[in-house]
Design a binder for this molecule. Structure first.
Ligand SMILES: [Cu+2]
Length: 454
């Protein structure tokens, strides 16, 4: 992890609001530079939305419509996925499944309703292992019908893990099979909203909502949230019925996952945001200053209304995850052919679901709209994974044969080596939906499938 760096200023308030306008937001993917390494270091060439990392915060209101006129000024095709939105299928942005990739110089209009208030994000979904790593991501915030927190107490932090070469540029060893077949591309430089060890302002005696988004390709962040005195109010966008104490510490936040915290600093001073997966490292700090007026009570968040799966009458499917280094997989079907050994490795498809690497012409399963679905997922690999369901949120009902009582809605779950996880949801959103590992190198190397709701 990086040594002590210079504290950089960075905007922590939304740069853009779409609420209430009928207009299109113009959003362009293009190369740019960003001060990823902090003040005093040269800016780093990146690819970003509007040339910035992160891209602009896109903000809508629950039940409203977001209209984005997207333009691709990169030299490779791309698309945008709106992660966690229970979205219309044709707007889900999965190149090759829900739309053709947007070619260089072309535009695509994304128009979709945002049914749920909460913390979401958007990112590239074509060659995402390269495009997201180069910086193509941003926060997508859906406000409650009445905004719940004052802007100064509503803080969005997009966390990323970069692999920076000694020359101070993004390491261009994309597609390294060592990364693809092990734990994905793990970096050596952490940023918050594209800044190195930033100061994040908070007011003493005030309750702030802190939205955390893990935009890293592969790193599971291990965050010391206990030292912030934080409680949790939402996972993966969906508010809990009431704020909850942390179940454990440090808290794991996998790639693609979000969590919203309430933080109420008592007195002026600083509170470090510490990452514990290596040596404990403060990669940002909350700078607490006196509040200039009386504290208003922190507003309660209302849960979104999601359909509850009927566990007794659900249709069950099993998914066996296999492959990778130190795994037991001997072969897999790639593009309709069974490959093993050297030939499999040469295909770059080294992970499989139910023996199939990558997308097959037939879905993993197909159900009629409204069907309650249970997925029994077994991780028969030597690595943890972050499994993401598109277009739906689910509840985790059991882990390795232990029933789970606490079942917040999620759109991405972590599963450890040899673990099994049972998730349930109502397949109520018609279309073709991806189900994949959000460690983007794993996804590229075969860890994906799709299901169809008709
Ligand atoms: Cu994975």
């Amino acid at each position: 992890m990086q040594a002590a760096g210079v504290v950089a200023a960075s905007p922590f308030l939304p740069r853009m609001s779409l609420a209430g306008t009928g207009d299109f937001l113009e959003l362009t993917a293009r190369p740019g530079t960003a001060p990823l390494l902090g003040e005093g270091s040269p800016e780093v060439p990146i690819w970003g939305y509007d040339g910035a990392v992160p891209g602009p915060i896109i903000r809508g209101r629950k039940g409203g419509t977001i209209r984005v006129r997207f333009r691709n000024e990169l030299d490779q095709p791309t698309s945008i996925h709106w992660h966690g939105i229970r979205i219309e299928n044709s707007m889900d942005g999965v190149a090759g499944l829900t739309q053709p990739a947007v070619e260089p110089g072309d535009t695509f209009d994304y128009v979709f309703t945002v049914p749920d208030a909460g913390t979401y994000w958007y990112h590239a979904h074509n060659r995402s292992w390269e495009q997201v790593e180069r910086g193509l991501y941003g926060a997508l915030i859906v406000d409650e019908a009445e905004p719940a927190f004052a802007p100064a107490q509503d803080v969005t932090l997009v966390l990323d893990d970069w692999r920076v070469s000694p020359s101070g540029r993004i390491d261009e060893g994309f597609g390294d099979m060592g990364d693809w077949s092990h734990g994905g591309r793990l970096g050596n430089w952490l940023t918050i909203n594209g800044a190195t060890r930033p100061d994040i302002p908070l007011a003493a005696g005030r309750t702030s909502r802190v939205r955390l988004i893990n935009a890293a390709n592969a790193r599971i962040l291990e965050l010391d949230l206990e030292s912030l005195g934080a409680t949790v109010v939402a996972y993966d966008g969906q508010p809990l019925a009431a704020p909850e104490a942390l179940a454990y510490n440090p808290f794991l936040l996998g790639p693609g996952q979000r969590m919203d915290l309430l933080v109420t600093p008592g007195a002026p001073g600083t509170l470090a945001l510490i990452e514990m997966s290596g040596d404990p490292f403060a990669f940002g700090q909350f700078v607490v200053t006196p509040a200039d007026d009386q504290e208003a009570e922190a507003p309660a968040l209302l849960p979104n209304l999601l359909p509850e799966p009927d566990l007794a009458n659900a249709v069950e499917f099993d998914l066996d995850m296999a492959g990778g280094m130190m795994g037991r997989m001997t072969g897999a079907i790639v593009d309709g052919r069974y490959l093993e050994g050297e030939e499999l490795f040469a295909s770059r498809q080294v992970w499989a679901f139910n023996g199939v690497a990558g997308l097959s012409p037939e879905p993993f399963f197909g159900v009629e709209r409204g069907t309650s679905v249970i997925l029994n997922v077994t991780n028969d690999t030597a690595f943890p994974h972050a499994m993401h369901v598109h277009g739906h949120h689910f509840r985790i009902v059991a882990r390795s044969d232990s029933e789970i009582d606490h079942r917040p809605w999620r759109d991405t779950f972590l599963i450890g080596p040899t673990q099994t996880t049972r998730i349930a949801f109502v397949a109520d959103n018609p279309g073709k939906w991806l189900f994949h590992c959000h460690m983007l190198e794993h996804q590229a190397a075969g860890m994906k499938t799709w299901f169809e709701v008709t």
